[in-house]
Design a protein around this ligand. Structure first.
Ligand SMILES: Cc1cc2nc3c(=O)[nH]c(=O)nc-3n(C[C@H](O)[C@H](O)[C@H](O)COP(=O)(O)OP(=O)(O)OC[C@H]3O[C@@H](n4cnc5c(N)ncnc54)[C@H](O)[C@@H]3O)c2cc1C
Length: 442
C-alpha cells in the first residue's frame, strides 16, 4: 500500500515574516497528521533586528538577540540551508546545505515566500567591496570588531598621523537602522575612549549622511528634527540633503563634493528585494512579487508571499511589525485554504514606530501621539523587550541592560581564528634523548 500524500507547506525564510508564519502554523496545521510544514532558512536562528545596533554598540551580548529556530518550533520541520531555485510550475524548491553544499528538491502544495531583502549598493564606486552593512548578526559583530580595531590601531604613538581617517566613522542613511546604529556607535566609542590614553573626544568624528532634509522621515518632521538636534549635541555631525557617492580605502565622497578622510563607512541606505524573486514567472512590482489582499499570488494559487498588497495599491512600510502581522493573516489563510474555509483580507494600520537615539533617549510615535526623550527610550526598551521571543532571551537582555548600569561596555574583540600551531614541516629538529641529556650536563 502506497504512503498517503501529506499536504506539504514549505516556508522560505525564517525572518519576521517566515518565522511567524511557522509559529502560527504550529498551533494549527502542524498538529494535523495529514499536513507537513517545513521552514527553510539560511541561519539556524531567528534574528531580532530591532536590537541589532545594541550588539554592534556592545550594549548586549552577541547572542542574546537571536533564538535557535529549533527551540521556537516543535512541530514544524526545520531545514537549515540555502534556497537556490523556486520552480512554480513544478511546485518544487531546490535547496542546498551541508559542508559540501549538496542539493535537495522539496516539493510543496503551499509555498510561502518570505526571503526578505538584500543590501543595495546602487553600483556606487567602492561600496560593495568596502562598506560595512547592518543586516545580519555577523554584520553587527563585524562592525563591533572593526570599531574596537580602529581604536586599538589609532591609540599607539606611531599612528598619530593616521588618527583622522581611523577615527572618522561615517553612517550613510538616516532611517531607523542608520540613526540607531550611529547613536549606538557614538555612545560606544565615546565611552571607550577612557581606556585609550592617547585618544581624545575631539579626535572622534561621527558623520551621519542623509539624502533628505530631516532624518527619520517615517516619524515626521518634528521627531526627526528632535533626533537631529540631540545627535548634534552629542557630537554627531548630521549632514542632510547629501548622499554618499563613492568610498575608497582612505575616504568617503559626498554628493556636494566633500571628501571625508575616513576608513569606515556603514551603509544602511538601500535595500532591494531578494534576487531569487527575479526569475519567478509571476507579476512583480519594483522586484517584489504582487499578491492579492489575502497575500496569495493571483496567477499561482497556493503560492503566498509577504509583500505589500499591490493589487489594491496599498504599500506597507518594510518593518517587522507589518511583516509579523502579515505572517499571522497569511498562516490563517493557508489553514483556511487547506480546510476549505474562506480566506481573510489583510488590513493593518501602523500602531507606532520607535527609535532609540542613544544615552537613554528616543523618539516614538504611538497611535499618532509623539513621544521624545527618556519616555520614548523607555517605551522602546519595554515594547521591544516584550516582543523578543522566549523568556530566556528576554531575561538575558534585561540582565545585560541592568548590568550596564554598573559596568562599562565590553571592549573584547570577538575573534574566530584558530590559535597558532606548528605543522609537520615546521617541527624543530628532534634531538635524541641521550644527546639532549649529555648537552645538559656539559
Ligand atoms: C538594523 C535593522 C534594524 C531594524 N529595526 C527595526 C525596528 O526597530 N522596528 C521594525 O519594525 N523593523 C525594523 N527593521 C526592519 C525589519 O527587520 C524587517 O522589516 C523585517 O526583518 C522583514 O522581515 P522579512 O521576514 O520580510 O525579512 P527578513 O527578516 O530579512 O528575513 C528573511 C530571511 O530569509 C533568509 N534568506 C534570505 N535568502 C535566503 C536563501 N536564499 N536561502 C535561505 N534563507 C534565505 C534570511 O537569512 C532571513 O532569515 C530593522 C531592520 C534592520 C536591518
Amino acid at each position: 500500500m502506497g504512503e498517503e500524500h501529506r499536504t506539504g507547506v514549505v516556508i522560505l525564510g525564517g525572518g519576521f515574516g517566515g518565522l511567524y508564519v511557522a509559529m502560527e502554523l504550529e498551533k494549527t496545521l502542524a498538529r494535523d497528521p495529514g499536513v507537513e510544514v517545513t521552514l527553510v532558512n539560511r541561519e539556524n536562528f531567528f534574528l531580532f533586528t530591532p536590537m541589532l545596533h545594541e550588539v554592534a554598540a556592545s550594549d548586549l551580548d552577541l547572542t542574546n538577540i537571536v533564538n535557535p529556530v529549533r527551540k521556537l518550533l516543535r512541530r514544524v520541520n526545520f531545514f537549515a540551508g540555502d534556497v537556490e531555485r523556486i520552480d512554480l510550475a513544478e511546485k518544487t524548491v531546490q535547496v542546498s546545505h551541508g559542508f559540501d553544499h549538496h542539493h535537495h528538491v522539496l516539493p510543496y502544495d503551499h509555498l510561502v515566500i518570505a526571503l526578505g531583502s538584500i543590501t543595495n549598493f546602487y553600483g556606487l564606486p567602492g561600496l560593495a567591496e568596502r562598506a560595512l552593512t547592518m543586516k545580519s548578526l555577523g554584520d553587527a559583530i563585524h562592525l563591533r570588531n572593526c570599531l574596537i580595531a580602529h581604536l586599538e590601531e589609532a591609540n599607539p604613538d606611531c599612528s598619530a598621523a593616521l588618527r583622522d581617517p581611523l577615527l572618522t566613522f561615517v553612517v550613510a542613511g538616516g532611517g531607523f537602522a542608520g540613526v540607531e546604529t550611529m547613536a549606538g556607535l557614538n555612545d560606544f566609542v565615546r565611552h571607550a575612549l577612557r581606556f585609550y590614553p592617547n585618544l581624545k573626544n575631539s579626535d572622534l568624528r561621527m558623520v551621519l549622511v542623509h539624502p533628505e532634509p530631516v532624518i527619520l522621515p517615517e516619524l515626521g518632521e518634528k521627531l526627526g528634527s528632535y533626533a537631529q538636534k540631540k545627535l548634534g549635541e552629542r557630537g554627531v555631525d548630521v549632514r542632510v540633503n547629501v548622499k554618499v557617492t563613492a568610498v575608497s580605502d582612505e575616504s568617503v565622497t559626498l554628493s556636494d563634493g566633500t571628501r571625508l578622510a575616513s576608513r569606515m563607512l556603514i551603509w544602511t541606505a538601500g535595500t532591494s528585494p531578494n534576487p531569487l524573486l527575479a526569475s519567478l514567472p509571476c507579476k512583480k512590482e519594483r522586484g517584489r512579487v504582487c499578491v492579492d489582499a489575502t497575500l496569495e499570488v493571483p496567477e499561482w494559487p497556493n503560492v503566498w508571499a509577504l509583500v505589500p498588497d499591490s493589487s489594491t495599491g496599498k504599500y506597507f512600510p518594510p518593518t517587522a511589525q507589518h511583516a509579523l502581522r502579515e505572517a499571522r493573516v497569511l498562516a490563517r489563510n493557508i489553514t483556511a485554504a487547506v480546510r476549505g474555509k474562506p480566506k481573510k483580507k489583510f488590513s493593518f494600520a501602523t500602531i507606532g514606530q520607535l527609535a532609540a537615539i542613544g544615552r537613554r533617549s528616543g523618539v516614538a510615535n504611538i497611535l499618532g501621539v509623539n513621544f521624545s526623550g527618556f519616555i520614548a527610550w523607555w517605551l522602546w526598551r519595554s515594547i521591544y523587550l516584550s516582543k523578543l521571543p522566549r523568556f530566556e532571551k528576554k531575561l538575558r537582555v534585561a540582565l545585560d541592560w541592568t548590568l550596564d548600569l554598573v559596568f562599562s561596555k565590553d571592549l573584547v574583540q570577538f575573534q574566530t581564528f584558530r590559535a597558532p600551531g606548528i605543522s609537520e614541516q615546521e617541527q624543530p629538529e628532534r634531538v635524541p634523548v641521550n644527546a639532549a641529556r649529555d648537552g645538559q650536563t656539559k
